[in-house]
Design a protein around this ligand. Structure first.
Ligand code: ZN
Length: 309
């Protein structure tokens, strides 16, 4: 059974802040037309609103511009599930060692891959999936100015990555993470059209610029709990003084702590889109076989698990 049950599920529903901004702009224009002398006040209100929208876009965990997944749903937390997400790959010097570490602990992870990098290393993307992990969308080129793009720019970057990753792995990504977590109000309608859900994180280790495994681990482990979404990087990874990618030192510590806390590392799609323990195992090939077979996810989502994401 497809995940989507109603054709309008993908319709963009503007967040309250977006609706309020549209009303404010329209009201300011009408008021200024009626009483031109009040333009400093109406202009000031519009500028303040624009500043608020910009600030909201610069705050990766902000939900004011639209749905933004920062934690797994309560059902997944109750199952003691936790999501490790690994961005900016695939990276041939790091990703294979990350996969070996995950295997050693029986852990599953979600890899937010960059489309162009996937094109250069398609075999790595397929290996990620073959080992039971998930490949999701982290844009085509990971542009530094991503948050400044408009509707067409967002569409190009995200749709091209979507097609690239689907062609390589045979599975359409269902989640998107914005480069650096930055965005603007025009991102949401594009994600809705492509049936993608925006994901940020509960905690991140800042492991692209911090080469100290101790402080990266401490950040990630602080308050470790079921339902957490943690962010690490295989691409663009900072190096330790010994020259290792930080994730390779941090990951065993994290996986030890996850095991000690009685938690289970699963993919985002396993925790959110699929049946829990009643369905096939998290990240199992049965999931992907269903994905490939009919272009849909093929499993009934847990009641209410998808709404509001
Ligand atoms: Zn990134």
């Amino acid at each position: 059974m497809p995940l989507r049950t109603a054709p309008d599920d993908r319709r963009w529903r503007p967040a309250p802040l977006i609706k309020a901004s549209v009303l404010l702009h329209a009201g300011a224009m009408a008021a200024t037309a009626f009483s031109p002398e009040i333009w400093p006040w109406t202009g000031g209100a519009v500028v303040a609103d624009q500043a608020l929208l910009t600030l909201a876009g610069l705050w990766p965990r902000c939900g004011l511009l639209g749905p933004n997944l920062k934690r797994l749903p309560p059902e997944a937390a109750a199952r003691n599930e936790i999501a490790i997400t690994i961005d900016d790959g695939p990276a041939p010097a790091v990703t294979p060692a990350v996969l070996d570490l995950l295997d050693r602990y029986g852990a599953k992870a979600t890899f937010f891959c960059v489309g162009e990098r996937a094109t250069h290393h398609p075999e790595l993307c397929r290996e990620i999936v073959a080992r039971g992990h998930a490949v999701e969308n982290h844009s085509l080129r990971h542009r530094r100015d991503f948050a400044l793009l408009g509707l067409r720019g967002f569409s190009r970057e995200i749709e091209a990555a979507q097609e690239t990753l689907a062609a390589i792995t045979g599975i359409r990504p269902r989640f998107f993470r914005a480069p650096a977590g930055l965005r603007n109000p025009l991102l949401d309608p594009v994600l809705s059209r492509l049936d993608l859900r925006l994901v940020s994180w509960t905690r991140r280790g800042f492991d692209t610029r911090n080469g100290d495994p101790g402080s990266v681990s401490a950040r990630l482990l602080q308050g470790l709990n079921g339902g957490d979404i943690l962010l690490l990087h295989d691409g663009n990874a900072a190096r330790t003084t010994g020259g290792d990618a930080v994730i390779l030192i941090v990951l065993p510590r994290l996986l030890d702590a996850i095991a000690a806390a009685g938690l289970r590392a699963v993919t985002l799609r396993s925790a959110i889109l699929f049946l829990g323990s009643a369905g096939p195992g998290p990240g199992s090939h049965e999931h992907y076989a269903q994905d490939r077979a009919d272009g849909s996810l093929g499993f009934v989502p847990r009641s209410g698990a998808v709404s509001g994401l």
